[in-house]
Design a protein around this ligand. Structure first.
Ligand code: AP5
Length: 226
């Protein structure tokens, strides 16, 4: 069983890696950012509330994201494990996750911290775009599409730039990461769950590092009967 959190600043590669590792290990990737963007796109009550906050780079209220995650991790496709991308973002969310996991007799097996310095983050976010049809994520500076205007993955030709990928919003998101999210590293270190990964390596190398960590951490937990 692999129940893992991908922790890191905006643009560190959490979503990219969550999607690759999800396919490799056949466990769902659960992104609060993607779920909230869906709510925004269908103009639901949650979406209307979240839209302005997300565009300004703030955090959507804890009770909203906690309820979303509580319902999602209880679904049967999470029975063999899951990847949390973008949750928890602060101590209250982390404590509620512990509580909600214990209610369904589950626990975290690892927290992967993807390390990338702030100056690289800005470039990663300003170069990011994705395929509108299949969601594949690219970067005009680091991992561009191979053929002009054609998605490598689905051959679609419609691309999107996220509305919160601008310098003002990224600066705010980074600030919140340093003030509210980074404390979770210490919180999970005390629980012996943190595994650090160098997010500056190529996408493939980072995937390999994470895969090795997850496989060996789940084996050691089986041996220790945790
Ligand atoms: P969310 O969607 O979670 O955004 P984020 O955490 O800011 O993270 P990003 O999606 O920007 O980055 P990422 O780490 O996934 O990087 P990616 O793989 O795309 O949240 C958006 C908003 O929703 C929040 O601001 C908030 O308002 C709200 N929200 C979400 N969760 C919430 C919560 N729990 N509580 C409250 N509010 C919440 O990579 C970035 C770029 O770099 C891409 O172009 C990629 O191709 C490239 N790249 C990736 N890896 C590499 C590499 N190794 N080398 C070179 N380039 C790379």
């Amino acid at each position: 069983m692999i129940n893992v959190i991908f922790l890191g600043p905006p643009g560190s590669g959490k979503g990219t890696q969550a999607s690759l590792i999800s396919k490799k290990l056949s466990i769902p990737s659960i992104s609060t950012g993607d779920m909230l963007r869906y709510e925004v796109s269908v103009k639901s009550e949650i979406g209307i509330l979240a839209n302005k906050i997300m565009n300004e780079g703030g955090l959507v209220p804890d009770n909203v994201v906690i309820d979303i995650i509580k319902a999602r991790i209880s679904k049967s496709d999470c029975d063999n494990g899951f990847i949390l991308d973008g949750f928890p973002r602060n101590m209250d969310q982390a404590l509620s996750l512990d509580l909600n996991l214990s209610k369904i007799n589950k626990n975290l097996t690892a927290v992967v911290q993807i390390d990338v310095p702030d100056e690289i983050i800005i470039k990663r976010i300003s170069g990011r775009f994705s395929c509108k049809d299949c969601g594949a994520v690219y970067n005009k500076f680091f991992s561009n599409i191979k053929e002009l205007n054609i998605c490598d993955n689905c051959k679609g030709s419609n691309f999107l730039v996220r509305s919160d990928d601008n310098i003002d919003t990224v600066t705010k998101r980074l600030d919140i990461y340093h003030k509210e999210t980074k404390v979770l590293v210490e919180f999970y270190e005390k629980k012996h769950l943190i595994y650090k990964v160098d997010g500056l390596k190529s996408i493939d190398l980072v995937t390999g590092d994470i895969e090795n960590i997850l496989i060996s951490s789940s084996k050691s937990k089986i041996l220790l009967n945790i």
